[in-house]
Design a binder for this molecule. Sequence first.
Ligand code: HEC
Length: 149
Amino acid sequence: MQEKENNDGIVFKPIFKIILLIFTSFILFGALAIIFFGPKQSEVEIGEEEPELIEDGIHVRTGLIEADGLQTVITNCTSCHSSKLIIQNRMGEEQWNATIRWMQKTQGLWPLGENQKVIVDYLTKNYPVLEKGRRPPLTNIDWYQLEGK
Ligand code: HEC
């Protein structure tokens, strides 16, 4: 009995040592991976938030025009979708308010409070409806009845 126990001890010990070695190397690799890849990841995160660069009156990261209310628009309007969606949609004040109401009702947009006016002012000022002013709407038209055949 005693001999067998001794044998077991001698046979198993190196195996445990190898297992221990494998585990420690895994832990070491993990630590090295964190050391090597950790800083890179945080660099990327900083890099994404950092460029608040303005070039030629354009906010580089979003492509939005630099003007009063820009930061409010960036904070409230670019987290769900691209700013392109905003730039492409030229609307009047009423339409913007309706679009915001629609997003609040159906897309989970939060209440904007006083910022709504800041945002809508920014949008109507910097992205005016292009069609406006091309031709004033017709007024005082003398409509006449078409004669039937
Ligand atoms: C909570 C998320 C969310 C936020 C915040 C948000 N939107 Fe939207 N918005 C959406 C979704 C979702 C759509 C639909 C996208 C699609 O059709 O692909 C949308 C669509 C739009 C459209 C296109 C509407 C159309 O008729 O096609 C415009 C313009 C728009 N958003 C502007 C804004 C503005 C301006 C703000 C800031 C006040 C804003 N969004 C903030 C979710 C959001």
